[in-house]
Design a protein around this ligand. Structure first.
Ligand code: ADP
Ligand code: MG
Length: 316
């Protein structure tokens, strides 16, 4: 049976603006094309930091210029980022597969992800988004009920919560598409955060970390492998210090120990290692790999990257 792989794409797979994104997705499509050609069954997820910030700014400016237009909620901005990034990825990957004479459809699925309204992250919004503001603009937003923080001396920015994903709403659809042999792009930007109120799902003003959402996706799909593609080939302990050490294979226990020792930066490497650990520990035979986009195939085949291996590997 084909190995099922969830690929989580980081910022460098997408670039920071439209021109960069259109170029970056070509490289990304090549790396994913290599995996598909090698026989892996892939599901793709991606981040949306720069893109959702850009959309949020654009929507904010639209409302400022024309106050009669709606204030666009963050959940809708995340949905827009899924569509915009999914379009570019889907377009590039389709072309890449056709060039390799692989007849597989590529589909982007607008994905909602349930979050817990009591998640502690809602009490402590920390993720800065959107444009920089003056103190006066910031005070005005606070009066409207938004959270705002001073951002490293550069001005004020809106900050939002980053709650943990609980459940991917469209999971059955993702499975169905995958079983039909299609290449699926899902849970983009961590998914659109929603809160369940009976049968109604209400959009939440948050952005879920794509590393955690990708882990949920990989677990629910019973994937063999979660591969988190980022800007470094391997994970290090003592990162950027004279005694820096790049890691090859880690057991769940070792990864846990390094997390506790504080080797991984919050908001960048820490969520990746936490997500990788969670996936590897979730069931027998699951492996998580963190590596560079360009090294995806070598990473899966075991010749590079940092891998976190689960229980059965540990006992060998
Ligand atoms: P992505 O867009 O892929 O989510 P991030 O910038 O959020 O990428 O996270 C990757 C970055 O994490 C790396 O480029 C590196 O600078 C940083 N980093 C922090 N701690 C570590 C560590 N211990 N080992 C390797 N990289 C680390
Ligand atoms: Mg990141």
């Amino acid at each position: 049976m084909a190995k099922r792989v969830v690929i989580a794409l980081g910022g460098n797979a997408l670039g920071n603006n439209l021109a960069e994104q259109m170029l970056a997705v070509k490289h990304t499509a090549r790396a994913i094309g290599d995996l598909i050609e090698a026989g892996y069954e892939v599901v793709i997820s991606h981040g949306n930091g720069p893109q959702v910030g850009m959309i949020n700014v654009a929507m904010g400016e639209m409302h400022k210029a024309n106050p009669e237009t709606s204030v666009i909620p963050m959940s809708v901005c995340v949905a827009m980022s899924q569509g915009y990034i999914g379009y570019d990825l889907q377009n590039a990957l389709r072309e890449e597969l056709l060039n390799r004479s692989i007849t597989k459809s590529v589909v982007t699925l607008i994905t909602q992800v349930e979050v817990d309204p009591n998640d502690k992250a809602f009490d402590n919004p920390t993720k800065p988004i959107g444009r920089f503001m003056t103190k006066e603009e910031a005070d005005e937003l606070v009066l409207k009920g938004y959270s705002v923080m001073e951002d490293a001396g550069r001005g004020y920015r809106r900050v939002i919560a980053s709650p943990r994903p609980k459940r991917i709403i469209e999971m059955e659809t993702i499975k169905t598409l995958l079983d039909a042999g299609q290449v699926v792009i899902a849970a983009g930007g961590g998914g659109i955060p929603v809160i369940a109120k009976g049968n109604h799902l209400s959009g939440s003003g948050a952005v879920i970390d794509k590393d955690f959402a990708s882990c949920e996706l990989a677990k629910a799909l019973h994937a063999d492998c979660l591969i988190i593609l980022t800007a470094v080939e391997k994970v290090a302990i003592n990162f950027n210090k004279p005694n820096e050490k790049w890691l090859d294979t880690l057991t769940v226990a070792e990864a846990q120990k390094y997390i506790e020792e504080g080797h991984f930066a919050k908001g960048s490497m820490l969520p990746k290692v936490e997500a990788a650990l969670d996936f590897a520990a979730s069931s027998v035979g699951r492996t998580a790999i963190i590596t560079l986009l360009e090294k995806a195939k070598e990473g899966i085949e075991g010749s590079t990257g940092t891998r976190i291996v689960g229980v059965d590997h540990e006992s060998k």
